[in-house]
Design a protein. Structure first.
Length: 171
């Protein structure tokens, strides 16, 4: 039976067709989820939620991409959603409550090579590395970075300042 036929049967809520698709894709999609959530139990939960969503939204699958690619996008989004919910909830402080000092000095010792700086940037935690790369390498300003990363400009400034401090320690 062709995959397009199985998908069409799934659109009609055929449980046997859904089981066929599940068996065909579950191992591959489990690997995708594991790359993000890094825990087998959590990956299984993400996988289950992804298939449920896929079967509920099957009418939205138009065949413009392969079913596997469409499902993979759902798995990745569910994995990212899962990771977001596991993070601690942070209360944003208004700039008026806490002053953020601007330290625009990015100079390093004369003996430091460009390659050393690039290697040190890769060692920063993700939240600092992303801001430092966007600021230093891509040339974005705080408002642009905050929009790209969906964070406040205060958080952007703070992460840049902390990232720069860690970067100087690494160098």
């Amino acid at each position: 039976m062709l995959q397009i036929d199985i998908v069409e049967q799934c659109k009609r809520n055929d449980r046997k067709a859904q089981l066929k698709l599940y068996r065909q894709y579950c191992q591959g999609m489990f690997c995708v989820a594991m790359r993000y959530v890094k825990n087998a139990d959590d990956a299984e939960d993400v996988l289950q939620e992804s298939f449920i969503k896929a079967f509920q939204k099957m009418d939205q699958y138009k065949g413009e991409v392969t079913f596997g690619a469409w499902l993979k996008k759902i798995v990745i989004n569910k994995s990212l959603d899962f990771l977001k919910t596991k993070q601690l909830k942070v209360v944003e402080l208004k700039e008026g409550y806490m002053g953020v000092t601007l330290d625009e000095d990015w100079t390093v010792s004369d003996g430091v090579q460009y390659k050393e700086v690039m290697i040190a940037i890769t060692k920063l935690p993700d939240k600092y590395r992303n801001v430092v790369q966007l600021f230093l390498l891509e040339g974005y300003d705080h408002s642009e970075i905050s929009e790209i990363l969906s964070i406040s400009t205060t958080a952007c400034r703070t992460r840049l300042l902390r990232g720069k401090g860690q970067l100087k320690q690494l160098i």
